[in-house]
Design a protein around this ligand. Structure first.
Ligand SMILES: NC(=O)c1ccc[n+]([C@@H]2O[C@H](COP(=O)([O-])OP(=O)(O)OC[C@H]3O[C@@H](n4cnc5c(N)ncnc54)[C@H](O)[C@@H]3O)[C@@H](O)[C@H]2O)c1
Length: 323
C-alpha cells in the first residue's frame, strides 16, 4: 500500500492528512479542486509540497475521476462540499459533488481494482443525538441537505462493498478543528473576530454540544484505517469529550486574554429542526481494531489554532459572516 490518492487534499483536513501520511512514507497523489488561478489551496504552503503529485480537477467529472484513480493502491476520499448553511442555498451542488462525485470515484476504483477505499462520512449524518455516546448503530437523521448528501454518499460507498466486493471502509469523523480551518467553522470564526479587535462577538447558538477532535488526531485515525479495520464497516473518529460552544468560547477568550460581550446574530442560527443539538462520539469500534486514541487536549489544540489564525489573519475575511 504505497501510493495513496487523497481527494480534498487542498482543504483543511486533507492538507494535514498529506503531511501525516508523507511523514509515514506514503507516496501521495493529492487532488486540488480545479480553478483557473492554478491555486492549490492549503497545499500551496506545505513543506512536503515538492514530494506530492498534485493533480487539479473536479470530482463531478467521471472521465477525470477515471484518470485520477488509475495507478494508485488506495483512495482516501475527503473531497466534498461541507458547509451546512450553504447546503440550504445550493443543495444541487451538494448532490453533484458529494453523491455523484463519490459515485464517479467508486466506479473508477472498481475499474482499476483499488486495494482499499476509505470514504469520509461525518457525524452530521447522526443528527441530534438520540443517545450518547453515539456509536455506529445510532440512527441516521438527515437534518440538513449536507447531511443527506453525505448519507447518500456513505450508502453508495457501502453498496459497492456489498455489490462488487470493493474494499470499502467508511471513516466517520466528528467535528475536527485546528490550524487551516476555514472561518465558516465556529472556532476560527470566533478567533478571527477577537483578533481583529471585536469585543462584542456575533454568535449563533452557543448551547449546542460538540465532540471536538484536534485535526492531527482525526488524521491519525484516517492513517490507522489504511492498515486496520474491516471492509464494509463504518468507524467513528472522535475525542469522546463534549463541550458546549459557550464553554469553547470561554476558553478561547481566556487564551486570548480578552473579555467580550455576546450578540446573537440571527443569520448565524439554523432553522430549528435543522440544528444538530448534541454530538458525542463513541470511538470504541476503532479502538477495538487499532491502538488509535485522541491525544490533544482542547486547550492545547485551541492554543495551536489561535497561533495559526493570528499568523494568518490577513487570509481571513473579517467583518462578515463566512459560510
Ligand atoms: N471539518 C470537519 O469538522 C469534518 C467533520 C466530519 C467530516 N468531515 C469531512 O471531511 C472531509 C474534509 O472536510 P474539510 O473540513 O477538510 O473541508 P474542506 O472544505 O476544507 O475540504 C474539502 C475540499 O474538497 C474540495 N472539493 C470540493 N468540491 C470539489 C470538487 N467538485 N472536485 C474536487 N475537489 C472538490 C475543496 O477544494 C476542499 O478543499 C469532507 O468530506 C467532510 O465532509 C469534516
Amino acid at each position: 500500500m504505497k501510493k495513496i490518492l487523497i481527494t480534498g487534499a487542498d482543504g483543511f483536513i486533507g492538507s494535514h492528512l498529506c503531511e501525516v501520511l508523507h511523514a509515514k512514507g506514503y507516496a501521495i497523489r493529492a487532488l486540488s479542486f480545479y480553478n483557473s488561478f492554478n491555486f492549490w489551496g492549503h497545499l500551496e504552503h506545505l513543506e512536503c509540497r515538492e514530494d506530492l503529485e498534485i493533480v487539479s480537477g473536479d470530482l463531478r467529472d467521471s472521465f477525470f475521476c477515471d484518470s485520477l484513480v488509475k495507478g494508485v493502491d488506495a483512495v482516501l476520499h475527503l473531497g466534498a462540499l461541507i458547509a451546512i448553511p450553504y447546503s440550504y442555498a445550493a443543495p444541487q451542488s451538494y448532490v453533484d459533488t458529494n453523491i455523484q462525485g463519490t459515485l464517479n470515484l467508486l466506479e473508477a476504483a472498481k475499474k482499476h481494482a483499488i486495494k482499499r477505499f476509505i470514504h469520509t462520512s461525518t457525524s452530521e449524518v447522526y443528527g441530534s443525538a438520540i443517545y450518547t455516546p453515539i456509536d455506529e448503530k445510532h440512527p441516521l437523521q438527515p437534518q440538513s441537505p449536507y447531511s443527506a448528501s453525505k448519507i447518500g454518499a456513505d450508502m453508495l460507498a457501502l453498496s459497492y462493498f456489498y455489490s462488487f466486493n470493493l474494499p470499502i471502509i467508511v471513516a466517520r469523523p466528528f467535528n475536527a478543528y485546528g490550524p487551516r480551518q476555514s472561518a465558516r467553522a465556529f472556532i476560527p470564526a470566533m478567533m478571527v473576530q477577537i483578533l481583529s479587535g471585536a469585543r462584542e462577538l456575533k454568535v449563533g447558538d452557543l448551547s449546542t454540544k460538540r465532540d471536538l477532535n484536534f485535526v492531527r488526531d482525526t488524521c491519525e485515525g484516517f492513517a490507522t484505517l489504511l492498515t486496520n479495520g474491516d471492509f464494509g464497516e463504518v468507524y467513528n473518529i472522535g475525542s469522546g469529550v463534549e463541550y458546549t460552544m459557550s464553554e469553547v468560547l470561554e476558553l478561547i477568550c481566556e487564551l486570548s486574554e480578552v473579555e467580550v460581550k455576546i450578540a446573537q446574530d440571527k443569520t448565524r442560527l439554523r432553522p430549528k429542526n435543522s440544528e444538530v443539538t448534541r454530538l458525542l462520539c463513541d470511538s470504541s469500534k476503532l479502538k477495538s481494531v487499532s491502538a488509535w486514541e485522541s491525544k490533544v487536549s482542547l486547550k492545547e489544540g485551541l492554543e495551536q489554532t489561535l497561533a495559526y489564525v493570528k499568523a494568518n489573519l490577513n487570509a481571513y475575511k473579517t467583518g462578515i459572516y463566512n459560510v
